[in-house]
Write a protein that binds this ligand. Sequence first.
Ligand code: ADP
Length: 223
Amino acid sequence: MRIILLGAPGSGKSTQGDLITGKFGFPKISSGDLLRRAVKDNTPLGKDVEAVMKRGDLVSDHVVIEMIKERIEKDDCQQGYILDGFPRTLSQALVLEKMSPEKAEIVIGIHLDDSVVIDRISARRICSGCNHIFNLLSKSPEHRQICEDCGGTLIQRPDDKPEVIKDRLKVYHEQQDALVEFYKEKNVYTCVEGDADRDDIFVNICSLLDRIIENAMGADGVL
Ligand code: ADP
């Protein structure tokens, strides 16, 4: 079972991915998180990609593809996995098909207007300790600098700065149509509205997933 989350930066892919993991148990694989971890740990890969990410450009396909391939081959992905941020280009999608043809696949696009994306991302902060994501608009002033979960300092991702967000959106729109077309042709694409309450969006996603899991489940109860 492969669940692919598509959507603009800040559309809520990561939040919904975590909720899906919580309910269905499939691990969430976020290409952005893996890359940011490599940058933080100062690995050779991290050193290579840091400047590209800061600009809001895409990391080269072969680097991301190798990283994802290694991750989905791990044991915890054998029943299924959720992809957040990958594939982001048509060529990544084509390679993904080849590296792991899945029995069941669903692609969920989360739709959000650009103006809402810009507002949301400008207010997004990430905990430097546990990576939890917060939105300043929904936090009281005394909690705007420190993570309520682990006490870590909240920081703004360098690529969440207003001057970079517009470039990221441009890159997103350049790639997105071809990806959506590809998955529509495969008959696996569904879109949900992202400008809604997070729990309401999750209810919509759950009903999609319940249906597809039921259809894909063999008589042996295996996906
Ligand atoms: P968002 O969805 O909020 O834009 P991500 O955390 O998914 O942010 O990605 C952050 C950055 O990591 C991207 O701007 C890009 O530089 C890099 N990146 C993540 N996933 C990919 C990918 N599949 N292909 C190329 N670059 C990627």
